[in-house]
Design a protein around this ligand. Structure first.
Ligand code: GLA
Length: 389
């Protein structure tokens, strides 16, 4: 694959110089949804799907970008002196945002770059294609400009900064962290309040992780996401009038029940309830996995979905259809929406001997009910971003 990309790179940009190859993965979150901007825990893992990038230093300050996924857009040319978002710059606003965030931190980018990318994360699926592109850019800049003091955690934070302040989505740290810090066959138990993390082996002896792509993405995803974030922040401020906490992640379920009436609006109360309960569920789920209790892990995934559907209200009809079908099937240990919501993917734990049936029967039923196909991926957990050659 990368040989083919190299051929395209040289054809497009010309021979000569040293062309380096990089990869940054997408992610799937197993549990801990909409907790990362609420000071709670998340439990994502890096996928083997992701974004590949080839890059070469230039002598001038020109930036040239080309994506094999967006051939029609052709080569997008800009300059290091124009690191501002432009609508027509399309996907290149992501790498540009990361360059902007490096410069903002005082890392001078002395030369322009020729960059070619190709990704195999289905677009708009909620498996973090944009975070992988941000982390990929971070890894390219660190390597090519020799920014040795920039750690992989810094790259995740820089990617988030670019997403928040250059591209206008107020996301948390989970996606960039998973892409930068992933580890083969492990999920990352991350405390988003402190950024302390621990790798937990995901060795499911007789089951697989299956992602189902609903292939729907409802509009207003970013604005609905930002709304949820605002509601949670307002709820936190209301709670802080009664109890000394820094984030919703500081509360146990009991403490929340004791103080919840400080939140005046019933909808905001539901949002905060989700953030508190989901965080505690995530802590319990990781404990269950450590004890090899995959059944309990699955039950907590189901409870997570219910809370995201009813209290946080980030699911949608198509996703609920997939989850209901999955949860009703014997041999499925747990199933829930994953990622930001309003479409995208579900993640399920499926017994090995049920995987074929899962794909076939749920695929058929979904097609009948919704009118288009779903896609299924049996997940392999891969490593975080880095240079390939
Ligand atoms: C999106 C955001 C993440 C996180 C999830 C929900 O993927 O980018 O930061 O908030 O939604 O858990």
């Amino acid at each position: 694959m990368t040989a083919k990309l190299m051929e395209t790179f040289l054809k497009l940009y010309g021979e000569g110089g040293e062309v380096r190859t990089y990869f940054a993965p997408g992610r799937v979150n197993l549990i801990g949804e909409h907790t990362d901007y609420n000071g709670g825990h998340v439990f994502p893992c890096a996928l083997t799907l992701g974004t590949y990038g080839l890059a070469r230093k230039r002598e001038d300050r020109t930036l040239r970008f080309y994506s094999v996924n967006f051939e029609k857009l052709g080569v997008v040319e800009t300059s290091l002196d124009d690191l501002v978002p432009h609508k027509e710059a399309s996907w290149t606003n992501y790498p540009k945002g990361v360059m902007w965030a490096f410069e903002k931190r005082g890392y001078r980018l002395e030369h322009g770059l020729d960059i070619l990318i190709w990704g195999n994360i289905p677009n708009g699926s909620g498996l973090s294609s944009s975070a992988s592109l941000e982390v990929l850019t971070g890894v390219i800049l660190k390597d090519i400009f020799g920014f040795d003091q920039v750690s992989m955690v810094d790259i995740a934070l820089i990617g988030q900064d670019a997403e928040n302040n250059f591209n206008g989505c107020n996301c948390g740290i989970m996606d960039q962290f998973a892409s930068a810090m992933g580890k083969k066959d492990h999920a990352i138990f991350l405390d988003t309040n402190t950024l302390n993390y621990e790798y937990a082996p995901v060795v499911l002896e007789d089951a697989k992780i299956v992602i189902t792509n609903s292939k729907v993405k409802h509009s207003l995803v970013d604005s609905a996401y930002n709304d949820r974030r605002n509601e949670s922040e307002t709820a936190l401020r209301e709670l802080q009038t009664e109890v000394e906490i820094q984030t919703l992640g500081d509360l146990t379920e009991e403490e929340f029940e004791m103080h919840k009436n400080a939140i005046k609006d019933p909808i905001r109360q539901k949002r905060a309830k989700h953030a508190v309960y989901e965080n505690q569920r995530t802590i319990r789920a990781v404990e269950a996995l450590k004890n090899n209790d995959v059944e309990l892990f699955g039950k907590l995934m189901n409870a997570s979905h219910q809370s995201l559907r009813d209290d946080y209200e980030v699911s949608c009809e198509e996703i609920d259809i997939l989850v209901d079908l999955a949860q009703a099937m014997p041999g499925v240990l747990g199933s829930r929406i994953t990622g930001g919501g309003f479409g995208g993917c579900t993640v399920s734990i499926v017994k090995n001997d049920t995987v074929d049936r899962f794909v076939e029967e749920i695929g058929k039923a979904y097609q009948e009910k919704v009118g288009h196909e779903a896609e299924f991926y049996v997940v392999e957990i891969g490593d975080g971003a880095g240079r390939l050659s």
